[in-house]
Design a protein around this ligand. Structure first.
Ligand SMILES: Cc1cc2nc3c(=O)[nH]c(=O)nc-3n(C[C@H](O)[C@H](O)[C@H](O)COP(=O)(O)OP(=O)(O)OC[C@H]3O[C@@H](n4cnc5c(N)ncnc54)[C@H](O)[C@@H]3O)c2cc1C
Length: 574
């Protein structure tokens, strides 16, 4: 067994003492260059900022930067002794209010960035949870090994990925990132260090995976690795094009149901609005297969990806009008995907190309549906987006990225382990996308998912309605099986009977009188949020003590901000 003791991967120069070559991006992968993850400023935001650039920040009062598991234990114990809530933040790529804690405490994982061990006998890598997965993959690549599942973006951390799921164009073979995790070490809210795997503490293992930090802080992750040379292995893209939606749904559906020997695959349908309420739609599906490693194939890969990467760079550096033309050229790059690509370029394709078209604010809405519901879910969700664009003018372009997922984790012990991902990545017009429109849209989007027995990918915006969230969250099944640990202060959904209210609040608001029922909760949330969301109240409605706290907190907010809420009917008020 080859062991590597703790190695700081933060440095970027030279060969390390432990034998790794330096992590230099061999293909100069770029991504959202105008947006930084590691400034103090970024601590007040999550990815919601990309959808709504005028959103107000919600800065934490305290930030913890642990470097070791012992540090995490100390932090958790301190926070517990102070009776505080601790939010966990990796790089903040999520946009569902998961990493923010305005005025509170946030544990930031960026200094938990070391490789603990590479075990090439058992083909696993153990790393600290704040390690950036693309950086780990880059390090592994110097040994001809790599991660089976990696995100398409070069700042996602392994801890964040594990806490939401993790999908790639290889998910039809390897599943979610969490399906490739062998073991975790995490610190629960009592400050205990727990090692969990499929055989040791399995309930905790499954609950922490996709748990979005509700059950404690993941300190280290042991993940499967595979033999692969991602930088030099060129694949051939059997690409298909579609010029109307029914053909795309039919063609993409057929390919994801029967991927054959495709090693990586993904499809995309794009719809651009044209003047006069018209639009143009085009789709393509890329299925990457093994091919001969010829100089010609490698040259074509190099030329096309240098072009795409250059487009992204240029669109960010030249005047807006010219940039707009380049973004369209970038879109062409999506549709006319290069015929040859290295594995690395396949994995990062979306990020490179999306980068060249990011100009509008954008938002992701993501569904994980049973594969046999692909056609229905696609059509219903797409119709919903068209309806909202027409009625509220809240979207500019629409795009839907399609992948296939073969996941025992999502199957939840059942026989159906084949799913699809539908990622709506839409341009946002914030004049039309008011908070009320957003809330209505996500509620209806979630309803489509519920009607088709699917899940939402919980890092992207979901309804704030706890009942809907419970039905669409793949983690609820596993969380409800964890034996009696006290997660009350941290858990969003504890068990199917528990309802948790989460209310974003803002700085001021109009005067309103509303009754205290489910509709009222939604109204309060949307009214307060429309004034600039700056925080959240969490309370478990199954816990009477917390309910009292909630009411008094709301009353304070209400009196401070001139809201006037009637807490009837009788029985609700403490
Ligand atoms: C441009 C872009 C591209 C993306 N591409 C992909 C993709 O290809 N495939 C895919 O599946 N997803 C993708 N995502 C989504 C991404 O996986 C999620 O946003 C995810 O949240 C990881 O981001 P992060 O590491 O910044 O985690 P954060 O957003 O910081 O955290 C996510 C959640 O994990 C929790 N968490 C983080 N670290 C820990 C820890 N150590 N212990 C316990 N809980 C923790 C947080 O509390 C939070 O609830 C993409 C997102 C963006 C913005």
């Amino acid at each position: 067994m080859r062991k590597v003791e703790k190695q700081n991967t933060g440095s970027d120069s030279g060969r390390t003492a432990l034998g790794f070559r330096k992590a230099t991006w061999r293909t100069n992968i770029n991504s959202h260059k105008g947006f930084t993850h590691d400034s103090i400023d970024s601590l007040g935001y999550d990815w919601e900022r990309i959808a709504n650039p005028s959103i107000k920040p919600g800065f934490p009062l305290k930030v913890y930067l642990p470097q070791t598991t012992d540090d995490i234990v100390k932090i958790v114990k301190e926070v517990k002794s102070l009776g505080e809530h601790l939010s966990i933040r990796s790089a903040g790529h999520s946009s569902n209010n998961l990493v923010l804690n305005p005025g509170g405490s946030v544990l930031v994982t960026r200094e938990l960035n070391k490789i603990v061990e590479i075990d090439e006998d058992n083909m696993t890598a153990t790393v600290q949870a704040g390690m950036i997965s693309a950086q780990l993959d880059d390090r592994l690549s110097t040994r001809g090994i790599g991660l089976p599942i990696i995100g398409d973006h070069n700042h996602i951390t392994v801890g964040g990925f594990a806490s939401v799921g993790g999908i790639s164009p290889a998910s039809h073979r390897f599943g979610l990132f969490v399906d490739t995790i062998e073991r975790i070490e995490y610190v629960n809210w009592d400050g205990e260090v727990i090692t969990a795997s499929r055989t040791e503490n399995p309930e905790q293992f499954y609950a922490v995976l996709t748990g979005r930090g509700q059950h404690g802080v993941i300190a280290t992750i042991t993940v499967k690795i595979i033999k692969i040379d991602k930088y030099t292995t060129v694949l051939k893209n059997n690409e298909k094009h579609y010029f109307d939606l029914p053909s795309f749904i039919k063609g993409a559906g057929a390919t994801i149901r029967n991927p054959g020997d495709a090693l990586y695959e993904r499809g995309v349908w794009l719809n651009y609005p044209l003047p006069g309420d018209r639009s143009i739609g085009v789709g393509q599906f890329s299925a990457y297969h093994a091919t001969g490693q010829t100089g010609w194939a490698k040259a074509r890969d190099y030329a096309s990806y240098t072009y795409l990467d250059g487009l992204g760079w240029a669109a960010d550096h030249i005047p807006t009008e010219v940039g707009a033309a380049l973004k369209l050229a970038g879109m062409l790059g999506v549709v006319m995907s290069p015929q040859y690509a290295t594995v690395k370029n396949v994995e990062f394709f979306t990020d490179k190309v999306l980068d060249s078209m990011v100009g509008d604010p954008t938002r992701m809405f993501i569904i994980l549906a049973p594969l046999d519901r692909f056609d229905t879910v696609f059509q219903s969700a797409y119709d919903l987006m068209l309806e909202f664009r027409e009625k509220h003018h809240c979207f500019t372009f629409l795009s839907v990225y399609v992948k296939s997922i073969h996941s025992p984790y999502l199957a939840q012990g059942g026989p159906n382990d084949r799913f699809c991902e539908l990622m709506f990545y839409n341009g946002i017009d914030n004049a039309g996308m008011t908070s009320a429109v957003t809330e209505e849209l996500v509620n209806r989007f979630d309803d489509i998912v519920i009607a088709n027995q699917g899940f939402r990918y919980m890092h992207s915006l979901t309804s704030s309605d706890p009942e809907r969230r419970r039905k669409v969250d793949p983690n609820v099944y596993y969380s409800s099986r964890v034996p009696s640990e006290d997660y009350t202060a941290h858990q969003e959904v504890r068990d199917p009977q528990t309802t948790t209210r989460r209310i974003p609040f803002g700085s001021s608001g109009p005067e309103e009188t509303i009754a205290f029922d489910d509709e009222a909760w939604r109204l309060v949330a949307s009214l307060l949020k429309s004034e600039g969301a700056q925080g959240s109240i969490y309370v478990s409605a199954s816990s009477p003590g917390k309910e009292a706290e909630l009411y008094s907190a709301i009353r304070q907010l209400v009196s401070h901000h001139a809201f006037n809420i009637d807490f009837g009917p009788a029985g609700h008020a403490p």
